[in-house]
Design a protein around this ligand. Structure first.
Ligand SMILES: Cc1ncc(COP(=O)(O)O)c(C=O)c1O
Length: 383
């Protein structure tokens, strides 16, 4: 129930009591029951590593994957565990065979690690990186659709779309973008790093060729728990970043063993899904977190006399609020602002420059509540 979230559930997380933690978005935060389950898997592994790897792990991994797949509306055979969304993106980009002149289309809100991966691929293959410039702040989804579709061409081989953008906390209008990319003959990779646990997902219905997402952010799984989904028609030729024994045996098998590793973060995804259920399920939790993010953003923009980066319908559990103009002066770097918020107020929040302005990106997790954003409001107001 929404009324029982916030402070009432914070004790499940090992977060320091004296901090105002408004940055769930960067790395997530894992509650103790999920960490306890991860420890149980590790203990089981170390009680007999051979037995674990040979006789326990294959089935355990399959059943964890099946549970996650059901949550994502996907077939288990189309899903592979990976370490994080960066690895998911790398897996696709490094599996595709780009030819000189092929275009990879990203945009000005693309996550920097993804852009760097594209630059690496372009340097090796002769492919060309094309970056659509999306204006910001946004009054609606249309400027995104226009900016990206304007850069599609007959050479576009792959379009990379964030489901929710990192620097600007914007839910992208995937449906028209994917339709346009497909009409242009391009493949589509969706970077859904923030989506699982923030939005309900039905992966096949999205219509992308590839979709990667993190479970360690909004699903609160242990760090290192992420997935890559690939349309069955595109699975040939997609290989894990580390090739191992099962090379050539098909998508599912190749990803199930990439060498000896600690798989406890993946196995504990079931505990993360149980924990979400115990909080009331995705709908209840996101009703609380989306509303908290919306209300907090409105309160902050009002207090600072500024604006929110995009309309409520384009936001989930995060929001970017413009800081007052003095924060955009060259002498006031984002790092200085973040350091001061941390040192003086114990507030953890990303502050970033985008489109010439300074923005604070708030997160609303199940353990957050309104009073914490008031601390931020006052801290910013004081300087
Ligand atoms: C849009 C987007 N893509 C990729 C990532 C990378 O996630 P990870 O560090 O878990 O690979 C992030 C992280 O915040 C992100 O916001």
């Amino acid at each position: 129930m929404a009324a029982s979230l916030g402070q009432a559930v914070r004790h499940h997380w090992n977060l320091r009591e004296d901090i105002v933690f408004l940055n769930h978005g960067s790395y997530g935060a894992t509650p103790e029951p999920v960490l306890a389950e991860q420890r149980r898997w590790r203990d089981r592994m170390e009680s007999n590593p051979v037995n674990f790897m040979k006789r326990v792990l294959p089935d355990a991994l399959e059943s964890a994957k099946a549970r996650l797949a059901a949550f994502l509306g996907a077939g288990p055979a189309d899903l592979a565990f990976v370490d994080n969304a960066t690895s998911g993106v790398n897996t696709v980009l490094r599996s595709l065979d780009f030819q000189p002149g092929d275009e990879i289309l990203i945009n000005s809100h693309t996550y920097n690690a993804v852009k760097q991966t594209c630059l690496h691929i372009a340097a090796r293959s002769g492919a060309v990186l094309v970056e659509a410039d999306i204006p910001y702040p946004l009054s609606g989804p249309q400027p995104i659709v226009e900016a990206i579709t304007a850069r599609l061409s007959a050479r576009t081989r792959l379009v990379i779309l964030d489901h929710i953008t990192s620097p600007t906390a914007t839910i992208m209008p995937l449906a028209p973008l994917i339709a346009a990319a497909k009409a242009a003959g391009a493949l589509v990779l969706v970077d859904g790093a923030h989506a699982p646990g923030m939005l309900p997902l039905d992966l096949p219905a999205i219509g992308a060729d590839y979709y990667t997402g993190n479970c360690h952010k909004w699903l609160c799984a242990p760090k290192g728990c992420a997935f890559l989904w690939v349309d069955p028609a595109r699975q040939d030729g997609i290989h894990p970043l580390t090739i191992s024994h099962y090379y050539g045996k098909g998508f599912s098998e190749e990803f199930a063993w990439t060498g000896t590793r600690d798989a406890s973060a993946w196995l504990a995804v079931t505990a993360a899904l149980d924990f979400l259920d115990a909080l009331g399920g995705l709908e209840t939790v996101t009703a609380y977190t989306h509303r908290l993010a919306r209300d907090a953003a409105a309160m902050l923009a009002d207090a600072w006399g500024t604006e929110i980066g995009c309309p409520p319908a384009m936001r989930g559990t995060m929001a970017c609020i413009r800081l007052p103009d003095r924060y955009a002066e060259p002498a006031m770097t984002s790092q200085m602002v973040m350091d001061r918020l941390w040192q003086e107020y114990r507030i953890e929040i990303p502050v970033l420059r985008f489109a010439g302005q300074a923005w604070a990106r708030i997160s609303a997790a199940p353990y957050n509540e309104m009073a914490e954003y008031t601390v931020l409001k006052e801290a910013i107001g004081k300087w």
